[in-house]
Design a protein around this ligand. Sequence first.
Ligand SMILES: C[S@@+](CC[C@H](N)C(=O)[O-])C[C@H]1O[C@@H](n2cnc3c(N)ncnc32)[C@H](O)[C@@H]1O
Length: 298
Amino acid sequence: MSNWVREILPPQPWQQFASIYSHPRTARTCVRVLQDSSREGSLPPTMKTQQVHYLQKLLDQNRLKPERDAVILDLACGTGDHLFTFLIQGRQGRGIDINPYAIKVAEKRALGNWIALDLERAPDRERTFADLKGRAQLVYMVYGTWCTLSPPTRIALMDEISRALAPGGVFVFDGFTYMHRTKDSQESSFKDAPLLESSESYWSDWGGFWGFFPTPITEEHWHFPRQALRAEMYTLGGVKFCTWKQGMDPHLEGSKILDRYPDFEVIDRSPGSFGVNLPPEEGGKWFTLALRKTVENK
Ligand SMILES: C[S@@+](CC[C@H](N)C(=O)[O-])C[C@H]1O[C@@H](n2cnc3c(N)ncnc32)[C@H](O)[C@@H]1O
């Protein structure tokens, strides 16, 4: 084969590559995107306010009043806008995010406990949860990060959340349902095969994640129909970035959690993201799932 033909190989499902959110090349510009609500990938302040109202309602309905040592935990907190609303009410909170620059922005607020860590990395995660046993009244993950975590991480994280929650405490996350971008006929004939949906090389002049200088980029989108899984892969300057996105059935996801944690109950399973109606993500509809821990911590 002549060497100018680029060989395109699919990634293995959930194979870990560089994260746009934490790589030195992109982490700073990601924060700029997160703070600019005119960009795709960022929520306008009005929507964040609505989401905080949803969370406040969960606290009120479940009589989770501020108590000594009680904390609210924001997982994948970005710059911490949601959590900050609770901190200025006098609640204690911890925000966790992989992006050290987002955490730096959050730290400027001088309230709260902000930690830069990759939730996929077990030892760092375990260390950060170690002192929380039974203290968390509310744990939440806003804007789809649950669907981007690998299945083993979701299980391990759920174990840690379960230990961290106080009796009656609530865990809530949002996600999106299965994605239907490819034609059904194609999906059923190649159920096991990864599908290359698109591959293109271009110069980015967007000024978004990649920064403000034009950059040559190769972008590939892979779809793994059996797992309802999608890989968004970018290559620039020899570095491969990948974000995984798995569509979910909220009923099934809820049942899987209840099977493993019989002391939890589903208290909300509704469309949208924390009470906000967001446009489809990769063709999937948004849902919110809230679970409450019903028994005493051992
Ligand atoms: C779509 S943003 C949402 C940010 C924030 N929750 C909000 O609603 O504004 C996704 C966030 O997840 C963080 N993130 C992605 N993967 C992560 C991981 N493995 N561990 C921790 N944080 C992660 C990113 O840095 C980013 O801030």
